[in-house]
Design a protein around this ligand. Structure first.
Ligand SMILES: NC(=O)c1ccc[n+]([C@@H]2O[C@H](COP(=O)([O-])OP(=O)(O)OC[C@H]3O[C@@H](n4cnc5c(N)ncnc54)[C@H](OP(=O)(O)O)[C@@H]3O)[C@@H](O)[C@H]2O)c1
Length: 249
């Protein structure tokens, strides 16, 4: 009986995450000035001190962008480059985002945290703040990392995640991620949500699958370096404008 209740809870949560995640519009047309039509030169990276964020900073610099890294503790980034500016800021403090967003062509976010065991709004409220400041500065292009397991990718992190990791360890975290996705998809930004499978710190392979990936049995993996590569590719492409592709190796 307990097992049946647990299964009902796990499947019910997966259904709610499916319903609450991003809702891409039926038609993704957003006009001729969107996405790739606009040349991106200056990019703000949010979550720059994290696993994916560091890869984003390094790869964006390799690609020749002028990079601004938002960090709660700038010293933690420990990276120097003539094209890199580090700005202290916290996504929960809207006023601290102004200086970082001003003058950018695009914002790329790998925001995350480890406060798993209590309800939080860090990702949803932080992203809402970011989108509001972007709108205020006329910055429209937004690429944001979330996760497989949300919206139309519910269940695609595999059985272990669907039946154990998400319902037992990460229910609050995923609930807030679903809220974050919905806020993005209902915004006026030119957004792309990138949903990776389980992240690794492996080397960049440069070969990965994207779109409808992952599977109901064992999910999928992807190196943070490849996720960063794919996220930056979106700045030069309209393929996934107002869409939420998954990515797995
Ligand atoms: N781990 C996985 O297998 C997996 C799978 C799929 C998707 N994802 C998602 O992928 C994303 C990136 O994961 P990751 O493990 O590469 O990143 P991470 O190491 O968890 O880094 C998260 C980043 O967000 C920053 N951050 C947290 N709260 C902030 C705030 N209030 N203001 C500004 N910055 C803040 C952190 O800054 P501090 O250094 O100051 O803390 C850090 O730079 C996350 O959304 C994660 O949920 C993870």
């Amino acid at each position: 009986m307990i097992w049946l209740s647990f299964l009902a809870y796990s499947f019910g949560l997966a259904v709610l995450l499916a319903l609450r995640g991003a809702r891409p519009p039926l038609s993704a047309a957003v006009g001729p000035s969107a996405g790739a039509a606009m040349k991106v030169r200056r990019v703000l990276i949010v979550g720059s001190t994290g696993g994916t964020g560091r890869q984003l900073v390094a790869r964006a610099l390799e690609r020749g962008y002028e990079v601004t890294a938002l960090a709660r503790n700038p010293a933690a980034l420990a990276m120097e480059h003539p094209q890199l500016t580090v700005v202290r800021g916290d996504v929960l403090d809207r006023a601290s985002l102004d200086a970082a967003v001003h003058g950018q062509d695009a914002v790329v976010s790998a925001l995350g945290h480890k406060q798993f065991y209590r309800p939080t709004r860090i990702q949803s409220a932080g992203t809402a703040n970011l989108l509001a400041v972007m709108a205020g500065h006329g910055v429209r292009r937004f690429v944001c990392e979330t996760s497989l397991g949300l919206g139309d990718s519910a269940g695609r992190l595999g059985l272990l995640f669907t039946l154990f990791v998400i319902p037992v360890i990460l229910p609050f975290y995923f609930w807030d991620k679903a809220r974050q996705e919905r806020i993005i998809s209902e915004s006026a930004a030119h957004w792309t949500i990138v949903r990776p499978g389980t992240l690794t710190n492996g080397p960049r392979r440069g070969r990965y699958r994207h779109g409808r990936v992952g599977n109901l049995l064992w999910g999928g993996w992807i190196a943070r370096a490849d996720v960063a590569d794919f996220m930056l590719n979106q700045l030069e492409s309209d393929t996934y404008l107002k869409a939420a592709p998954g990515i797995c190796s």
